[in-house]
Design a protein around this ligand. Structure first.
Ligand SMILES: [Zn+2]
Length: 230
């Protein structure tokens, strides 16, 4: 839908930086076109769940990209009424969605529309794909750590787990729900209230700890999700 909406060059929000790869420029400049967010809002407020979810996901991702690209919330502020209505729609669809992965993407969308964190996609990606690829937090750069949360079990392992049947695995240390606070508690309670117990369960691992298979350092999973996305 963005084809042909070439940005004008006299608005700093629209200005292409010469060093940007073309795809990135198109992604981050398109949402500031005055018609994009209202169009997505209309789709989000329609009756079709798949169309609404796709429109909401795109709107949230575009806003986060704009936040990061310009290091301001100017686009959100300019479109505050649309963002508020998108958020209302996202919360309504969230409560109505039975599919596990659709639900996870709607949680991500709510966080992206709120705009308080920029790593909701990375957090959700691990819950949907049932694994996180992280770095050991050792300052000397120890190794990559795979954190598996799902049908294959709940453990950390070395990078080549997928290629080897006998890779060492170490149990994860999920957060006890009563010890969760902040974002972890909020998401856990939302998932439970919305009837997604398995998502809530997976979140206790995302907000818990893993052990590096090489140096045996224990670390916060979400802490390394944040580190990897920054
Ligand atoms: Zn390590």
């Amino acid at each position: 839908m963005y084809d042909g909406d070439m940005p004008s060059t006299d608005d700093p929000l629209h200005r292409d930086q010469p060093e940007d790869p073309p795809i990135l420029s198109a992604n981050v400049t398109a949402p500031s076109h005055p018609l994009v967010l209202p169009a997505l809002m209309d789709m989000a407020e329609g009756d079709d769940a798949d169309t609404a979810a796709a429109a909401l996901h795109l709107a949230g991702a575009l806003l986060v990209q704009a936040d990061q690209r310009y290091e301001t919330r100017k686009l959100r502020d300019q479109h505050a009424p649309e963002v508020a209505r998108l958020l209302t729609a996202a919360n309504r669809w969230r409560q109505a969605t039975a599919d596990r992965n659709d639900y996870c993407h709607l949680l991500e969308t709510v966080l992206n529309l709120e705009g308080d964190i920029h790593w909701a996609e990375d957090l959700t990606w691990g819950i949907v794909s049932e694994e996180y690829e992280l770095d050991c937090p050792d300052p000397d750069g120890c190794t990559a750590v795979w954190v598996i949360v799902g049908e294959r079990g709940f453990f950390s392992t070395s990078e080549d787990y997928a290629l080897s049947d006998d890779a060492e695995t170490l149990p994860l240390h999920p957060a006890a729900p009563r010890t969760l606070d902040g974002l972890g508690r909020r998401l856990y309670e939302l998932a439970l209230a919305d009837g997604h117990e398995d998502v809530a369960h997976a979140l206790t691992y995302a907000f818990g700890e893993a052990t590096c298979p090489q140096c045996e350092r224990r670390f916060s999973v979400v802490g390394q999700v944040v580190a990897r996305s920054s």
